[in-house]
Design a binder for this molecule. Structure first.
Ligand SMILES: [Fe+2]
Ligand SMILES: [Fe+2]
Length: 187
């Protein structure tokens, strides 16, 4: 048995081989490393010389204003997606669809948690969302939401000057694009 760590969410995975995608945040397996080699983005240190003191942290003040704003927008989007998918899980008429939306909700919540770690803030209360009674309608809404996320995160990837934040948004682009592909299987 081996221990692997996902560099995007920082969670550990125990198994014979690393999974194709992180079961927690959905990051591709190029971000999943043997535990000894993994450098989680939430733990990345800024060299002391660029900080002017000896604290080791990327949190708070060291993040550019633009990245901070982009991360806050991401937090809002991910928590909204979490609430939306929980609603859709509740409306699902078959177990498969319910299970899928429950997993999507957990993945989006994980994304929100990563943002709070990057910003060094605590998670705010998540407002409940409404959704359609019809599964087909919810699938369409899911694709719209994920399409928007992909476009936004592509832009945020280009805007991020911090390597760990660029890595985060790059990974999210792939994860959310994967969600679109998944839903399209059911249309
Ligand atoms: Fe992960
Ligand atoms: Fe997400």
């Amino acid at each position: 048995m081996n221990l692997y760590i996902c560099e995007i969410c920082g969670d550990a995975y125990i198994g014979e081989e690393k999974p194709t995608d992180c079961p927690f945040c959905g990051a591709r397996n190029n971000f999943i490393k043997p535990a000894d080699e993994a450098k989680p983005i939430t733990e990345e240190k800024i060299p002391a010389s660029t900080r002017g003191d000896d604290r080791s942290s990327t949190r708070g003040g060291e993040i550019s204003e633009l990245s901070k704003n982009n991360l806050m927008e991401t937090l809002a989007l991910e928590t909204r997606a979490n609430a939306m998918y929980l609603c859709m899980a509740g409306k699902a008429q078959d177990y498969k669809t319910k299970a899928m939306y429950k997993r999507l909700a957990k993945v989006e919540l994980e994304h929100a948690v990563i943002v709070t770690k990057l910003l060094g803030i605590s998670m705010s209360e998540i407002k409940t969302e409404t959704c359609a009674d019809e599964t087909k309608e919810n699938f369409q809404k899911t694709i719209k939401l994920e399409d928007h996320a992909v476009e936004l995160y592509k832009k945020f990837t280009l805007e991020a000057v911090e390597p760990n934040i660029r890595k985060f948004f790059g990974a999210l682009v792939q994860v959310e694009a994967g969600h679109i592909k998944l839903i399209k299987n059911y249309l």
